[in-house]
Design a protein around this ligand. Structure first.
Ligand SMILES: [Zn+2]
Ligand SMILES: [Zn+2]
Length: 138
């Protein structure tokens, strides 16, 4: 756990405040001996303005990577933009999305298998949501 003094805070940082995570919207401003820090709650989206004295420290929140829930009910979680996504079917996944201009990653989950032991996967892009089977899968 790391803490910051008010003058060490920067726009875009995530900190813990009042039991929730807030994002700092502007560089802290020193005003009459305390720092005025405009921020937004991540849960409600409401703006909260912190007033921090020079002696104050705040706890920096982990920048959690956005997670995409698995889609076939197996409880997997996929990490958006992460090439070593732990929720994917195998190390070969995810692969680059082929939708033009997307730039996302296509994740794979086990879907089903038949009596011959053949199995198939299902796919989802973490940016455009495409469920097309990527060419790399053939
Ligand atoms: Zn994945
Ligand atoms: Zn895509």
């Amino acid at each position: 756990m790391s803490t910051r003094h008010p003058w060490e805070l920067h726009t875009g940082q995530h900190v813990r405040w009042g039991g929730t995570t807030i994002t700092i919207l502007h560089e802290p401003e020193l005003d009459h001996g305390s720092y005025h820090v405009p921020a937004r709650r991540s849960d409600t989206g409401r703006q909260v303005d912190m007033e921090l004295s020079l002696a104050h420290t705040v706890e920096v929140a982990d920048a959690r990577q956005p997670v995409m829930d698995g889609w076939n009910g197996a409880g997997w979680e996929h990490y958006v933009g992460r090439e070593d996504c732990p929720g994917c079917w195998s190390d070969a996944w995810p692969v680059s999305c082929e939708t033009e201009g997307c730039g996302g990653l296509v994740h794979a989950e086990f879907e089903d298998e038949n009596y011959d032991g053949d199995y198939w996967l299902s796919y989802r892009c973490d940016r455009c949501g495409s469920t097309d089977r990527p060419g790399e899968a053939y």
